[in-house]
Design a protein around this ligand. Structure first.
Ligand code: GCU
Length: 329
């Protein structure tokens, strides 16, 4: 009897050992949600991110990418990333404004003088760390950003030559307070809504105009309905890669390193891809969708939004980041 007992104990120990060994090799699967179609440069860069994570972790970390807003609107996936039902999400910095006012700096029109100065700021780790780590207490952290170009106005019918021509124009903006204030400041009527609703809203006349980078015309087919695109160049709003903070903290140091490196390298990969695909979008929109591109004098727009800059300088939530970016630009 005693002998049998010892055998049983030995068997249990061996089984536990095997389970642990199997456990060590177990893969960790992480979900990544975003709202762009699979031919969009951001999707390609996120796929690259997943590949890099796979390579660098020898298949131990697996990222499952869910495109097309399959896991919800940007607002919903940010909430789900906070609670950990989504592990990683790619969302516009404008969508993050409702969760942490530090992100509103990106929606402030004419905050950055040029794309070069924007990139210089995003390469400054002191500034980006301040932003990325500011949300750990509300459940997520920033990992990196992806260039989302420059945002411009586009309309179904109206031709815009100056800010006065925006009067009363029903313009879709991202669900961000600063974006709403921007359209109000230039005289339009802001209509915040999530990205997935914009095409139908333009088509049905719920809105007359929207604002985004050039890829929206082609990848999201907005150019089928909006035929006039104006280079107002009013905002440089990056896409952000965010991760549930508890999930990040539960990873080993090596795994965290893998995620960080893959994030950074995918941002570099995205850089070249982005420039090419913006150019390609303009050609397709012009040649196949009959969209006309207009260069316009931006000064009336810049003047109209000056009160917003004053507001940012005075608001304690944004004053510090505003002056840091201005000093470093
Ligand atoms: C950009 C951005 C998206 C965002 C969209 C919008 O395309 O990459 O993340 O949803 O703008 O205007 O809502």
């Amino acid at each position: 009897m005693k002998k049998n007992y010892i055998w049983l104990l030995l068997l249990l120990l061996v089984t536990a050992g095997c389970q642990q060994a199997a456990g060590e090799e177990e893969t960790k699967e992480l979900t990544l949600a975003h709202n762009q179609p699979t031919d969009h440069p951001v999707h390609l860069s996120l796929t690259r991110f997943a590949e890099l994570v796979d390579e660098k972790s020898d298949g131990e970390l697996v990222i499952d990418v869910y495109p097309n807003g399959e896991l919800g609107s940007e607002r919903e996936v940010i909430e789900n990333t906070q609670f950990g039902t989504v592990d990683i999400a790619k969302v516009s910095a404008s969508a993050l404004e409702g969760f942490d006012p530090i992100y509103s700096i990106f929606s402030l029109p004419y905050m950055f003088e040029s794309q070069e100065s924007f990139k210089q700021i995003m390469a400054n780790e002191e500034i980006t760390d301040e932003i990325y780590l500011n949300t750990t207490d509300i459940g997520f952290r920033g990992l990196t950003y992806y260039d989302a170009g420059v945002r411009n106005m586009y309309t179904k019918d109206r031709i815009i030559e100056s800010a006065e021509d925006m009067a009363g124009l029903k313009t879709r903006v991202q669900p961000s307070r600063t974006s709403v204030q921007m359209i109000e400041a230039i005289g339009g009527t802001p209509t915040p809504m999530s990205y997935g609703e914009v095409y139908t809203a333009l088509q049905s006349g719920v809105i007359d105009a929207a604002e985004n980078n050039e890829t929206a015309l082609v990848n999201s087919s907005h150019g089928e309905v909006a035929k006039n695109y104006f280079f107002t160049e009013h905002a440089i709003v990056p896409d952000m890669l965010i991760m549930n903070d508890e999930m990040y903290s539960d990873l080993t140091e090596e795994e965290q390193q893998v995620i960080e490196e893959a994030a950074e390298e995918s941002t570099e990969y995205h850089e070249e891809l982005w420039a090419e695909m913006v150019e390609e979008s303009v050609t397709i929109a012009e040649e196949e969708m009959d969209v006309t591109f207009y260069d316009i004098d931006k000064q009336t727009f810049i003047d109209a939004v000056q009160p917003l800059h004053e507001q940012f300088q005075e608001n304690p939530d944004t004053a510090d980041i505003y002056s840091r970016i201005k000093e470093e630009s």
